[in-house]
Design a protein around this ligand. Sequence first.
Ligand code: 2HG
Ligand code: ZN
Length: 454
Amino acid sequence: MGTERLASRLAAVVGPAHVLADPGLRASYETDFTGRWTGRARLVVRPADTAQVAGVLRTCREAGIPVLPQGGNTGLVGGSVPTPAGDQVVLSLRRLDTAGPVDPDARQITVGAGLTLSALHGRLRPQGWEFGVDLASRDSATLGGMIATNAGGERVLKYGTTRANVAGLQAVLADGTVLDRLAGLPKDNTGYDLTGLLVGSEGTLAVLTAARLRLVPRPRHRVGALLAVDSIAAATALVTRLRGLESLELAEFFTAEGLDLVLEHTGLPAPFRARHPVHLLVECAARHDPTDELAELLADADLLDAAVAVDAADRHRLAAYRERHTEAINAAGTPLKLDVTLPPAELPGFAAELPALLDGRARPYLFGHLAEGNLHVNLLDVAPADEEAVVLAVLGRVAAAGGSISAEHGIGRAKARYLHLTRSAAEISAMRAVKSALDPAWLLSPGTLLAAPD
Ligand code: 2HG
Ligand code: ZN
């Protein structure tokens, strides 16, 4: 089907103003935040509700047109932008940004897939509730995108990944069939867990349109601290001790090199007078004030420096040193991002071996979520000819150490060909069978996660 005819069919579903054909209007949907992943959409379609999503999918299915669902386009593995082939319709879910009332009995809320995380936090805060998942890209990341990628973020040690915080979903299959699992019953053993299957499926099995989210009462007190230590090993050992505090909510690390870039990019003052090798950002939250228990635990820790934040403004000031890494690294170049998990005991050894693995082919920046052994290995200045070898050296080492080649960003297009490093042939073939069952023509998010059959 020609693009003009397709556009008019889709305009009949979503209205002409929401079918974007003009390259200027399409541009922000076609390139990711880093600029590394870019492509061309045949059209961008912006439905307003679930019925329109179903109509778009039915139209594309009939015409055999591939569809790429997109949320806030904050993904970092190329799964949220179309391929350069120019054949995919980008299906933006951003207009599905509704939020229902908080259900205090169930401790849940129903939201549209296009609601941003910040908008959700803003809605819950005055009502005394909180969504456990939080991450640096909260202003643009949408709940649908976060669920599709099973986003992790900064509070996994306390609340788990997005999966643990989703009680139900509404989703549309490639043929336009709507699956409605929004009841959010805490006990419901009636067959396959379709919600669990769709969480983390990266847009390959269905298009997520709404979610039933679990909430927690907003803790009355939060305290933060930025701690300087002399090595990643010391930071890891400190996190192990800090986990003895039930109130611990966050334990994030970064190194001197990353902090240098953040200071240069943001103009923020240095957190300490001296330059320290490794920083650990921690936060504790509880109904009681956790300041004393944190101070007690830190009293005999081997710290090079420490700053404590008891009010929200100070906490945000300290958190900025960690949260602004992504933009600061981006300002310094186009990073090659390898988001990996290692068993905690393997982490210091991996970090020490990294320079040898890279062998001068990249400038590394390490930061991430220490409690889960989740390292964001950001590499600058990798020559295109070295990319494949560098990726294989790092991911191969992670696989050999019993880690995972994607901790929280997903597989996307970036790592599809490396999936076999940490998932077995039997697992991949089971995944392909599920994909074929739910999307027989392989029209959803082609190229993401699994290579299409020949
Ligand atoms: C974070 O933890 C995000 O801030 C982004 O997962 C990580 O930029 C990255 O590599
Ligand atoms: Zn992260």
